[in-house]
Design a protein around this ligand. Structure first.
Ligand code: GLU
Length: 386
């Protein structure tokens, strides 16, 4: 393990980073337990103090440590690898984890709320909306949400698998301004600091891809503490428009600096043209149950980011309700876009091909006359994340 060389971080580095309003702080198991089976209550207390000192920030904590805090109670000497046993350990440990976070925040006058997510909280629209609303309600109430994966029910299809990616997902859910992946190294080094005394922490890059090109692929670089999943998570957060910082969570000053919007560790900027959470959600859906067949004029209009009007719709397929995500296809069945439809299938059937004035007569003015709006639509030519 690489020791923490505190001289490598210069908190006063001017970086023009505006203060983040909503921050997701992710703490890994190793950081919270120091590699033991006991949660480090002092570390949790120092995090709580740092959060309490920034009362004007919305802070969400993504906390691992459920398996780590639960496996011994089940008689295991080391963390189990079999899934059912890990899930059982998480069931025991999650309660302990929440108890200790609750105690730490209670001491600084704050309450915590437990949020357990699975991957379908991003892919299932209703779950996505529910999780987003719950998180917002907690933040509005001044409560600190403590997020973990819902390990006991996470089967293959819905598992996120690691809390770095879970934290990226959480950042999308709360429209965070910053994702901080806190680890036990000060950031991402350009060279192996164990071998090369000149190794330095890379302070800022424009993307996870650039970071990879700067350090990975060179044999001597250490990939400490699951750096690969951190870069993957940073890449994911970047697509949602959220920058990521990878920094030392074992230094209380670092957490404080991050919350204050000061430079720390390695900062990976977000994509210039992010796919916001809702668009991401739309892009990744599979098995849509409804679709609209549109004419060539409508396809061109959609590409110019215009609304889909009844006039361009030539057919209605499948079943859908107002608010459902459906596909927009041409007469060959090729998907050109997908988005949230503003009418039930039967109403679209009634108004398809009509001009706006006729639609108002048939359906009434208050329903509107647009079938799909550009801000509720993602084009198939847009970059769709893996
Ligand atoms: N959800 C797991 C736990 O709390 C941790 C997964 C991870 O750290 O990546 O034990």
């Amino acid at each position: 393990m690489v020791a923490y060389p505190s001289k490598m971080i210069d908190y006063s580095r001017p970086m023009n980073i505006s203060s983040p309003k909503t921050v997701v702080l992710k703490f890994g198991s190793r950081l919270l337990t120091n590699g033991t089976a006991e949660l480090d209550t002092e570390r949790m207390a120092s995090v709580a103090r740092a959060v309490a000192a920034c009362a004007d920030r919305n802070v969400v904590i993504v906390s691992s440590g459920a398996v780590a805090a639960g496996f011994q109670a089940l008689g295991h000497v080391t963390p189990p690898t079999r899934i059912a046993r890990r899930q059982a350990a998480a069931a025991v440990g999650q309660g302990r984890l929440m108890k200790l976070w609750g105690d730490a925040f209670h001491d600084v006058g704050l309450s915590v709320g437990q949020i357990l997510l699975t991957n379908d909280c991003l892919t299932d629209r209703r779950r996505y909306v529910a999780a987003r609303r719950a998180l917002r309600a907690l933040l509005q109430a001044g409560v600190v949400p403590i997020v973990n994966e819902n390990d006991t029910v996470s089967v293959d299809e819905i598992v996120v698998g690691d809390n770095d990616n879970l934290a990226a997902m959480t950042a999308a859910l709360v429209d965070a301004d910053l994702l901080a992946l806190l680890t036990d190294v000060p950031g991402v080094y350009d060279r192996d600091p164990d071998v090369d005394p000149d190794a330095r922490v890379i302070s800022r890059v424009s993307s996870a891809k650039e970071l990879r090109s700067l350090c990975f692929g060179k044999k001597e670089i250490v990939s400490t503490g699951g750096m690969e999943t951190k870069l993957e998570a940073a890449e994911r957060a970047g697509r949602y428009g959220v920058p990521t910082v990878i920094a030392a969570g074992n230094e209380p000053a670092v957490v404080t600096a991050i919350l204050a919007g000061e430079a720390a560790g390695t900062r990976i900027e977000a994509h210039a043209e992010p796919l916001r959470a809702r668009r991401h959600w739309m892009a990744v859906q599979k098995g849509l149950t409804g679709w609209l067949v549109v004419d060539d004029g409508a396809v061109h209009a959609l590409r110019r980011r215009a609304s889909l009007l009844p006039r361009g719709v030539v057919g209605v397929g499948g079943r859908f309700r107002r608010g459902d995500l459906i596909a927009v296809v041409d007469d060959q069945g090729v998907e050109h876009a997908r988005g949230i439809v503003r009418f039930d299938d039967r109403d679209v059937e009634r108004i398809r091909g009509m001009h706006t004035d006729e639609v108002k007569v048939v359906l009434g003015v208050e329903t509107g006359t647009v079938v799909m709006r550009p801000d509720r639509m993602v084009l198939s030519t847009e970059e769709i994340p893996a």
